[in-house]
Design a protein around this ligand. Sequence first.
Ligand SMILES: Nc1ncnc2c1ncn2[C@@H]1O[C@H](COP(=O)(O)OP(=O)(O)OP(=O)(O)O)[C@@H](O)[C@H]1O
Length: 436
Amino acid sequence: PKNSPEFPEFSLPPSLKKNPQNSPEFPDQNPNFFPIPGKFQRLQRSVAQTLASLDPAWIQRCEESQKTWEFSGPAAEVLGNVGRKRPRDGDGDVEAPAKVGRESKPGIPELRENPEKEKEKEKEKEKFPNGSGEFLEEEEEEEEEEPKTTRRARLDPTNVDFLSENAGVGGSNPENSQLPLDSLEFPQNSLEFSPPPPMDPLYPPNPDGTVPDPPEEVLEALRTLGFDSFRPGQAEAVMRVLSGISTLLLLPTGSGKSLCYQLPAFLYHRRSRCISIVISPLVSLMDDQVSGLPSALKAVCIHSNLTPSQREAAIKKVRSGRAQILLLSPESVTGSEFFSRLFRHFPPVAFACLDEAHCISQWSHNFRPAYLRVCKVLRERLGVRCFLGLTATATVATARDVAEHLGIPEGNSTVGTFGIPENLRLSVSLEADPDQ
Ligand SMILES: Nc1ncnc2c1ncn2[C@@H]1O[C@H](COP(=O)(O)OP(=O)(O)OP(=O)(O)O)[C@@H](O)[C@H]1O
């Protein structure tokens, strides 16, 4: 359509209305315009693909539809049968006319999808305003028939924290295995994936099940990390992790629990370039952990506050073996099939540490449901066998519950102490006159 006083909105997009002469898109208004053959060919191919992909049954339903969306005057000429009502899957009749312009091109394959999906996509557009929209359009122009690939997955491979919990943990959904290749090179077939074998412990436990005293290699690593000696509880916890024994470490705040995952992560990585995973419930805690790391250690956080490019850089750093520690939120591990696929190109995982492990227990005031599934996912998807739970706050009941979830048999599983820290004083005073 040309500029028409009756229907100006079908003539030019608003951005070009003010000064159409400047527009290279409208040759008749710009004498210097030369068409770009490549662009027209792409457009032509896109239209041809779109038309070829239409479901004949759907077209049939359109044609049989009794009610039509009627335009009068010049609009009718301009629109022709584009203005017909757009049937939904199944029963056919809906009130909305087919959309014209930008919305209709990428939307055509999805006309066959149900309206819930369309609503969902609208929500996602709000979440990913700029770049992701362009990404989608490009992709759909090139590959027309990929109806089983979810748009969620297409939006941005690194925005994993936004993915639905329903995307599946076990990775058994073959539909989702058709995610497009992207810069992170996902394998095409998720069914080929099986978890790597568990890591061999660095120091096997003694025949009676106890752990050896820290050998020189461990003491040397301790010095490399900046400490002369272990604090109470640290040596035992470190040696248990290095012996592959799952452990719950219960020590007061500030007593040095972090070293109990840092040192084993350092040694395991030095031995076999593997990674150790730390699950942390808060982004601020992750950032604290990273900023407090000894200089010999490199850690990477992946959470929803990262931009896509930061996230991609983080993932590449882990994959290339340049980090010893990967900090993740529990939701990012359990929340998406997509994320577990990401792990397939990761180095082997030596062990997993659950910071604030009391969040696993429903007895705890900080219970966090995603924590419950973390161990299962890490076991099944990544072959993790050794877990280290860290907490400063757990009653006997909570600790027992946490130990059970970590797969630790009752008995010799906990390092540390229960109860109220010795330096904590509680006092109660009675005011004679509270209003004063
Ligand atoms: N063996 C050690 N010798 C001396 N200082 C240590 C030792 N281990 C840890 N620290 C120091 O103790 C401080 C507290 O350690 P850390 O943050 O690991 O405690 P935490 O138990 O994890 O505390 P929170 O419960 O708050 O997480 C840090 O400054 C750390 O460098």
